[in-house]
Design a protein around this ligand. Structure first.
Ligand SMILES: Cc1cc2nc3c(=O)[nH]c(=O)nc-3n(C[C@H](O)[C@H](O)[C@H](O)COP(=O)(O)OP(=O)(O)OC[C@H]3O[C@@H](n4cnc5c(N)ncnc54)[C@H](O)[C@@H]3O)c2cc1C
Length: 508
């Protein structure tokens, strides 16, 4: 759809269009309406429900591996006694936030954003939207787009090619598309993979299944953590919900940072510590190094948490086991491994990951020129060079995703305030040095990142071009530092220009 002048003048216009009603989009709406109560906004959500990730995934045991004191919003205490929480509790928390702040009313369900065209003359986006319920195409105008579309494709999880897949006579299931009627009681289950999803699924399914085997090509770091945080629950009792939550949040931020730093600085010691904690949970004589000692260093890829050591308990009880080997082929009855061993299975779960997708799969053009994402560089981890009035929400991969989103929302709201005060209507990051050294947007070794890294924008090697993964760096950059930056061109077009001429700029 190409916006014609006639269409442009007719389309509805909002000040901010938020894409996605997951934890990030609902959070962005909260900050926006708190800081800018007079701005109009809408949330476009492709699905028929809020919650994003926490509504989409329905596999047994689905839970966070972050503590909710840092994964939850800064402005809304997490009250449940469990710090590591199941999806239904996270969803209830998100939906309560949306309901009590009137954010629900702003969500337009079944609205999938396909692309957006920026016009510098009008200083606005025209956004192409597909109604996923009626297949109708509609357009909406927006001064800003805040994209909170997550980081992976919703329609399809990642499954590698498995030789002989069609021969297998049992059922093959992907965790992203869990059949509601799947009955695995008493059945032999093989879960292929060893990431966060696999380590959640294995103990949960082991409660009912005949036996669950986790089949991994190579080991992952697995860290037992208590599902309840004694400190948090005591602080809540003594100080009340709000102050107890704030204190626990601060404690956990410091703890996450300390653990991450320890792992990065002393990988050998961290590796030995994790191995020791694993060995303590496993039966005597268990081949710990074969199944739980990865080739990479701790936190070079995400570390998987297992609440109350549930995976290890299932292994100790004999209800689950781990096999480290490669798949030669699927057979009629299961999986034949490179070693020659065959794993029998009634059900094979391919916990093989996600398909990474940036910005909800939207395409962009600026004044008629298509935007090629790999040619763009992230600015302050929230905007793209040469793309005006577009902010995006990509959180941390080494601690709670949402810790970053809160800071981004604060910065975004401060930027809007500064622009309003000074009569600017356009903010566009510009790279002065086209030969600046760049590197991949996400420096994270996970398979789903590596597979898609070439399709993503890039980051630089110094501020403000870094995709920082450090909360403390971001507090300074996004919360404390000015929104004014020589690399962010703030301009006024048309009516706004007249305002700028009359009013001197103030600092932000
Ligand atoms: C199983 C699982 C467990 C996880 N556990 C943790 C954890 O414990 N801690 C942690 O920090 N992170 C975790 N993550 C990462 C997690 O996805 C994020 O932390 C967080 O939930 C992302 O929230 P979000 O709102 O940014 O994105 P999402 O939850 O992905 O929500 C995005 C929303 O945008 C909508 N959308 C996307 N594209 C469009 C479009 N073009 N038009 C309209 N709407 C669109 C989607 O339908 C969706 O509702 C986990 C991820 C998975 C898959």
């Amino acid at each position: 759809m190409t916006p014609t002048a006639a269409v442009v003048s007719r389309v509805e216009h909002v000040d901010v269009l938020i894409v996605g009603a997951g934890i990030s989009g609902i959070g962005a709406a909260y900050y926006l309406q708190e800081q800018h109560p007079h701005k109009s906004y809408a949330i476009l959500e492709a699905r028929g429900a809020t919650g994003g990730t926490w509504d989409l995934f329905r596999y047994p045991g689905i839970r966070s591996d972050s503590d909710l004191h840092t994964f939850g919003y800064e402005f809304k205490p997490w009250r449940d006694d469990h710090a590591i929480a199941t999806a239904d509790k996270i969803l209830a928390y998100l939906r309560e936030t949306a309901a009590e702040n009137g954010i629900d009313d702003k969500v337009r369900f079944h609205h999938k954003v396909l692309g957006a065209a920026w016009s510098s003359d009008d200083a606005r986006w025209i956004v192409d939207v597909e109604r996923t319920d009626t297949e109708e195409l509609v357009q909406i105008g927006a001064t800003w787009i805040f994209c909170a579309g997550g980081y992976y494709r919703y329609d399809e999880g990642f499954t590698p090619h498995f030789e002989g897949r069609e021969r297998f006579e049992g059922q093959i299931v992907h965790p992203q598309h869990w059949p509601t009627d799947l009955d695995y009681t008493g059945k032999k289950v093989v879960v292929v993979g060893s990431g966060a999803t696999a380590v959640t699924l294995v103990p949960a399914m082991a409660e009912k299944a005949g036996h669950v085997t986790m089949l991994q090509r190579s080991p992952t770091y697995i860290m037992p953590v208590p599902s309840k945080d004694v400190f948090a629950n005591t602080a809540k009792k003594l100080l009340g919900d709000k102050r107890g939550y704030a204190l626990t949040r601060r404690k956990n931020i410091l703890k996450q940072r300390a653990v991450y730093r320890l792992c990065q600085r002393y990988p050998g010691a961290a590796r030995r510590l994790i191995r020791y904690l694993n060995a303590k949970q496993l039966p005597e004589g268990y081949p710990v190094d074969e199944h739980f000692n990865p080739a990479y260093n701790p936190w070079d890829q995400r570390l998987c948490a297992v609440p109350d050591a549930d995976l290890f308990k299932a292994i100790r009880a004999g209800a689950a086991s781990v096999v480290t080997d490669r798949i030669a082929t699927f057979t009629r009855a299961g999986i034949l491994l490179d070693s020659g061993r065959e794993l029998e299975a009634d059900i094979i779960v391919t916990a093989t990951g996600l398909n990474l997708q940036a910005f909800g799969g939207m395409s962009f053009s600026v004044d008629g020129e298509p935007v090629c994402l790999p040619d763009r560089v992230a600015y302050k981890g929230m905007m793209l060079t040469g793309v005006p009035n577009f902010a995006f929400a990509i959180g941390y991969t080494n601690s709670s995703w949402t810790l970053k989103i809160g800071l981004l929302c604060e910065h975004f709201c401060r930027l809007l305030a500064h622009m309003d005060t000074n009569g600017y209507d356009t903010a566009r990051p510009e790279l002065d040095d086209p030969d600046m050294e760049t590197r991949p947007l996400l420096d994270f070794g996970a398979g789903y990142v590596k597979r898609a890294i070439g399709q993503l924008p890039r980051q630089g090697v110094g501020e403000p071009w870094l995709m920082s993964m450090s909360y403390h760096t971001d507090v300074k950059l996004l919360r404390d530092d000015s929104v004014i930056d020589p690399h962010l061109r703030l301009t006024a077009s048309g009516a706004a220009a007249a305002v700028v001429e009359r009013e001197p700029a103030v600092s932000g």
